[in-house]
Design a protein around this ligand. Sequence first.
Ligand code: TLP
Length: 362
Amino acid sequence: MRHAPVENEKRRMLVKTIDLRSDTITHPTEEMRRAIGTAEVGDDVFGEDPSINRLEEMAARMLGKEASMFTPSGTMSNLIAVLSHTRPGNEVLVGSESHMLWNEVGGASALGGVVMHTVPNDEDGLIDLDVMEAAIRPPNIHYPPTTLLCIENTHNRCGGAVLTPEYTSGMAAVAHRHGLSVHLDGARIFNAAVALGIPAGELARDADSICLCISKGLSAPVGSLLCGHREFVEKARKWRKMVGGGMRQAGVIAAAGIIALNTMVVRLADDHTAAQRLAHGLARIPGITSWPEKVQTNIVMFEPPASNTTPDFIQAMVSRGVRFTYPGGRRVRAVTHRMVDAADIDEALNRIEAQVGGKAET
Ligand code: TLP
């Protein structure tokens, strides 16, 4: 018995950790690492980094926009979008489950001085069009002017749900009719495009700006691109400089991003297949509540048995070498990505089943 802690530690070191916390944990591929080593670079604050310029042109072309700008993170891209579309004292409509509301530290309000007016997201990440329209303030001396609508595709907290081009067009048409701009948080826009089997540009067509991330399922180490009209992107460059996102020889990062956009989009379908495998496996484990029919991309939400709190369950799974994140409430979030394969998913399911069944760690 005296040796148990040591034995436990040894065993833990032998057990492979299956990390389903996020697709952000993906490491750059060998090809990306080689490209990073030989990247052509210049000073990007002067607009002279050829690799950044190429990446920005590629992203704009793929999203059907005139221009794009590289930023170190999705959070910074979304913040700069708000800063560029609004003025302090304006009101921004955001979904009640949006990443911009929950996970971006309130930056738009703290740094942009805007009021975040939330409109309910349903469980598919949708905002009811009439509810959205009713939330737009009419002219009135008492009201902050509503100037921006933000939507999210795929929808993170709503389990990677996909918004269709028709939905986005409908929302954008109403927002534009009332003089609002539309920003699309498309951190995982290529997951949506792959799930629908359409070009990402169709999903971005009616948005005035879109942020996409290369650091998630696409496996680049760092970065996002904010895309839109040339004039919007020029304005955004000034804001990026102000918030400290102007980088110098950033081509070392862009080199990996170019490979991400060129080669990694199609393979997102593998992540979606893995998510299906996980979701259907979870549905077979007694005590776990899951919704496999809801899984559209690479995010799987489920609930542990009622006997466990969710944080306790997640902690117990850490000891069994499977990692998840906790989005709040009863739910556990699992995200599939390039660094987990079908065998890892099966092994994760075995370990979840052992935990739920009260079996000792092996
Ligand atoms: N999301 C992260 C966490 O912040 C939750 C994750 O693991 O999913 N928009 C959406 C929809 C996102 O999911 C994320 C990252 C961002 C923006 C922000 O991107 P980064 O992390 O690059 O700032």
